[in-house]
Every structure is written in structure tokens, then in C-alpha cells.
Design a protein around this ligand. Structure first.
Ligand SMILES: Nc1ncnc2c1ncn2[C@@H]1O[C@H](COP(=O)(O)OP(=O)(O)OP(=O)(O)O)[C@@H](O)[C@H]1O
Ligand SMILES: [Mg+2]
Length: 320
């Protein structure tokens, strides 16, 4: 049985960068027997947190990808037609879907992109969340074993079906809002991901520059949706490879701009009616990030934290 345990949060803390408070909130809500929804823009670590929780809590978990194909039969389970022909609707002919499997085992049911789940399947989930049991036609009642919880993630800007996740779901979950993390934390994520993809140790300067660029993209006046930290990770990995091809250093500004263009130009959604191209915006952001570095390097430069418009202290001279 899941308990709100500091050692558990410490263990989770080792699997993700930052997010201590969110981890505590998730563990506390699950220990309190509540269902949990993580909501935030793409790339803010929702899946990373839920995967870590699922692996660590020890109650087991069943993973479901929310998409249009997740019909009630796929979610709940179905009778095997051949067996039904031979033996009728006997319990043995029932093939458990993820929901029934999680109910029976008292596991976490981990639903990705819950807003993409079709309406009828959402209704099944809503019933289970409030009743703690499910009635399956011709099979009977399946009750939730004690550890059963729904943990779900969704992106509020997703064009698909976010509006449908209305009061019925929200009223049955505890919601943990996931915003973008701080600059230092994002840099830590980039270094960690680059190391994990075998890209060697990310150059500190390049990782910082990449993070400044993606953070800047979230506030750029021409941009509707900027890049997540995924864009910074790609930028560094591509620059690393380019450096090998061109026998140059990964921190070379020209090379970095090329990497930024390929990593980010597809990720920026510009405002309706804006007549610039994403490439132009990436160039702006790249120049702005270089300018911040120059300002910080200047002997009296202690005011160059403007690349992402974030308040205060993004570039304390001691850390440069
Ligand atoms: N706090 C974090 N700790 C470690 N890695 C992170 C963290 N936040 C994001 N990442 C990394 O950033 C990338 C995106 O994270 P993740 O897939 O968890 O985002 P998400 O919120 O689920 O995005 P989406 O809404 O697009 O599904 C992954 O490579 C992940 O490893
Ligand atoms: Mg995700």
C-alpha cells in the first residue's frame, strides 16, 4: 500500500531533475487515495514524473496511451469471440483490458494524453473513479483493489479534445500544474539527456546557450507556442554531431545557429498573421543569446539576463 514516505520522495528525486514539490504533491495525493492529473505544456516532464512514480511506488502500473483508438472495449477488455462461440459468455473467455487489469491488481492506471481518449471511454473512467468499481456487460462487477488509482497527463494546449475534459473529470482528480522549470534546472536536464544519449558531456556553454534560446522562444512577440526543453536537447545533440563533421567546436556560433535552425524552426508556432518565417525568429533568438553572453562577459556586465525576459539572476556572473 502506498504511503506518503519521505524516502520514497527522495528516491523519486533522484530520477528527475527538480520538481521536488510536484513529486511530494503526487505522492501525497496518491497516498490519500486520490486520482491525479498532471497538466502542463509539452515537454514539461509530465511523462517523466509519472514514469518515475509508476516505477517507484511498488503497486505496479498499467500504461495506456490516450488516442482515438482507445474504445471502451480496448480500455475495459472484451470477450474472445472464438471462445464465446465454443463456450458462451463464460468468465474465462474474457480478455482483460488495461482498466480491468489495473482494478484487479490494485495498480496505477497511467493514462497518457487523457484528453485524446474518446468520449465513451472517458465516461467509463469517470464511473470507475467515482464508484471504485466497474460493471462489465455479461461478465459482471469488477471492484477496485485498494491500490487502484488513475494517474493521467494532459497538455492544456493540445488541439485535440482538451475542451471535453470538463468538470466531470476535474471534479474527480487532484490536479498538479506543471509549468516550465527554471533556467538552471532546464540546463541540468539538457546535460543529463545529452549524456544519456551517448553524446558525451554536453559543453556547458552550449547547453546554457541552447536553454536561453528555447526560453526566449516562449516570450518572443511573434511566437504563439515556443519550444520546450526538448528543442534545447536536440540543438546540443545536433551541434555535437555537426562539430564532428566539420572538425569544428560545438560552441562555434555559426555551427550552433545551423543546429538551432534544424532543432527549432519546426517547433515554433508563430502567431496568426505574422509574416515572418520561424527561421527568422530562430536567428533573432540565437543572436539574443549570444548578446547575453557578451554582456555577461563584459567587465561591468551584470545586467544581461534579458534573453528570456525572466526576472532576476539568470546569469549571475559567478556561474558563467
Ligand atoms: N524534470 C525533469 N527531469 C528530467 N528530465 C526531464 C524533466 N523535464 C523534462 N525532461 C526531459 O525532457 C523531455 C520531455 O519530457 P516529458 O516527455 O516528460 O514531457 P511531457 O510533459 O510528458 O511532454 P508531452 O506533453 O509532450 O507529453 C524528456 O526528454 C525528459 O527526459
Ligand atoms: Mg508526455
Amino acid at each position: 500500500m502506498l504511503r506518503a514516505d519521505k524516502a520514497l520522495v527522495d528516491e523519486l528525486d533522484g530520477l528527475v531533475v527538480g520538481r521536488r514539490t510536484e513529486l511530494e504533491l503526487i505522492v501525497a495525493a496518491l497516498a490519500a487515495g486520490r486520482h491525479v492529473l498532471l497538466e502542463g505544456p509539452p515537454g514539461t516532464g509530465k511523462s517523466t514524473l509519472l514514469r518515475a512514480v509508476a516505477r517507484t511506488v511498488g503497486t505496479g502500473f498499467v500504461f495506456v496511451e490516450g488516442n482515438a483508438e482507445l474504445t471502451p472495449a480496448r480500455l475495459v477488455g472484451h470477450f474472445d469471440p472464438a471462445q464465446v462461440v465454443a463456450e458462451g459468455y463464460v468468465a474465462e473467455a474474457f480478455v482483460d483490458g488495461p482498466l480491468v487489469a489495473a482494478l484487479r491488481a490494485g495498480s496505477l492506471l497511467y493514462v497518457e494524453e487523457i484528453n485524446r481518449v474518446p468520449e465513451e471511454s472517458l465516461n467509463v473512467l469517470i464511473t470507475v473513479m467515482s464508484e471504485g468499481e466497474l460493471h462489465v456487460p455479461r461478465y459482471g462487477r469488477v471492484s477496485a483493489e485498494p491500490g487502484f488509482r488513475l494517474v493521467a497527463a494532459m497538455n492544456p494546449f493540445d488541439a485535440v479534445g482538451t475542451a471535453r475534459i470538463s468538470s466531470a473529470i476535474y471534479d474527480r482528480v487532484c490536479r498538479v500544474a506543471m509549468g516550465y522549470q527554471g533556467e538552471d534546472v532546464e540546463e541540468g536536464i539538457v546535460r543529463r539527456e545529452v549524456a544519456a544519449s551517448g553524446g558525451g558531456v554536453a559543453d556547458g556553454l552550449l547547453a546554457r546557450r541552447a536553454v536561453r534560446v528555447v526560453r526566449g522562444s516562449r516570450h518572443h512577440p511573434d511566437v504563439r507556442v515556443g519550444s520546450s526543453v526538448r528543442g534545447a536537447i536536440d540543438l546540443v545533440l545536433v551541434a555535437d554531431q555537426l562539430a564532428g563533421l566539420r572538425a569544428a567546436t560545438a560552441t562555434d556560433p555559426e555551427l550552433g545557429l545551423d543546429a538551432a535552425l534544424v532543432a527549432l524552426s519546426g517547433r515554433l508556432r508563430l502567431l496568426e498573421g505574422c509574416d515572418r518565417r520561424p527561421e527568422d525568429v530562430v536567428r533573432d533568438l540565437w543572436q539574443a543569446a549570444l548578446a547575453v553572453e557578451e554582456a555577461l562577459d563584459a567587465p561591468d556586465g551584470d545586467h544581461g539576463d534579458g534573453a528570456d525576459g525572466a526576472a532576476g539572476g539568470t546569469g549571475a556572473p559567478g556561474k558563467a
